[in-house]
Write a protein of this length. Structure first.
Length: 143
């Protein structure tokens, strides 16, 4: 997906998100000219082990605790912790003792588009084939 030039700065306030995305998306591929995606994520449980081939994924933990595995490393991250998960390394994260909130930062941008496609499919109880097709389109694979 081609990057678009950033033509102006912006601010989104509490409860606001960038146009064409939900209030949790604070920065999108489009709003940053492709530089990054930033999502305020509520994590209750967590995604299956997966690998990104196109972007690095980071989390700044706001509340709760995350148990994180990346490659062969495992660590816990509490409030105020920063987690960096480089592309091409399998990783998984789980909230510990209840939900956690974190700022999810993906570089370069585009992960917002993945979630915009994935979440409706999950809500519609899509099958594994459809979910894998979406993941593959964004360079993400279960590992």
């Amino acid at each position: 997906m081609p990057s678009e030039p950033v033509t102006r700065g912006y601010v989104v306030g509490p409860g606001e998100g960038v146009p064409d995305r939900g209030p949790d998306v604070k920065a999108s591929r489009r709003s940053t000219g492709g530089s990054l995606t930033l999502i305020e994520a509520a994590i209750d449980g967590g995604p299956p082990r997966h690998t990104h081939s196109r972007e690095d994924e980071s989390f700044y933990v706001l509340t709760g605790t995350l148990d994180v595995e990346c490659g062969g490393d495992r660590f816990q991250a509490g409030p105020g912790s920063f987690v960096f998960l480089p592309r091409n390394l399998p990783h998984v994260l789980r909230s510990v003792g209840g939900p956690a909130t974190a700022l999810l930062i993906a570089t370069p941008g585009g992960l917002d588009e993945y979630f915009a496609e994935l979440n409706p499919a999950l809500d519609a109880n899509a099958g594994a084939t459809e979910l894998n097709t979406i993941m593959e389109a964004y360079g993400i694979a279960l590992s």
